[in-house]
Design a binder for this molecule. Sequence first.
Ligand code: NAD
Length: 249
Amino acid sequence: MLNGRTIVITGAARGVGRAIAEACARQGGKLILADVRSDQCRQTAADIASTGASVRFSPVDLASPESIGALAADIRANEGHIHGLVNNAAIATDVGGKTFDEIDIALWDRVMQVNVRGTWLVTRALVPLMPQAADGRIVNVASDTALWGAPKLLAYVSSKGAVLSMTRSLARELGPRGIGITAVAPGIMRNEATDYVPEERHRFYETGRAVPGPQTPEDIVDVVTFLLTKGALALTGQVLPVNAGFVYN
Ligand code: NAD
């Protein structure tokens, strides 16, 4: 249970981030939802608050170090400290379909800036708000495409591979402070972000799973909420594929 734990979730306006926020709220977490889609995330926060949960919106653009600094300052002023961070925000849509020699440099740079540098900068800004007594937990949302090497998705796959490596290295740096950090590597889901993916590609994944069939964000949220608990510290540095057995780690 997440009773009394203050948790920041990035990219919570919709999709996976929203589902994680709803699950954290059901477990009693006090939530700050951060996203660049301000109107949508404000509405998400209002929807979850209407269930009686403690939740608010705070804007952030992961491409902007200044914006990430402002998020940290806002949380420091309002909550003072946090117990959990879910680095979920990423450029996760309209990033596939081109081969390694067709991807344009602007897309590559944008994906790296948000998915890799943004994850690092948010972590760097919010770790100081996790005192040792808070049993800080960080969950990075990666992707199983980085484990099996999905084709025609190179910028995204490379960014998620970096997030996996970052998780392992940060575990060693943050462990002495009592902070645990893990990554989940979900398989492809059926949601707005993957509407652009051809149906045959969805079917390729869905028939290749140990448990065949589509995945939704709801299928992974219980793993994420567990990783945010005090009891998950022994898993620090680990990458958990949450993909119904498409690829193993
Ligand atoms: P999504 O596009 O629906 O949600 C991503 C969220 O991140 C959006 O709310 C978006 O506004 C936010 N975001 C994007 N750029 C941002 C920025 N610069 N600053 C702040 N917020 C920003 O995608 P999703 O499917 O919900 O994906 C969520 C996470 O799950 C991502 O890390 C994604 O890589 C991962 N994932 C998704 C799938 C899938 O099949 N959908 C599979 C594996 C992993």
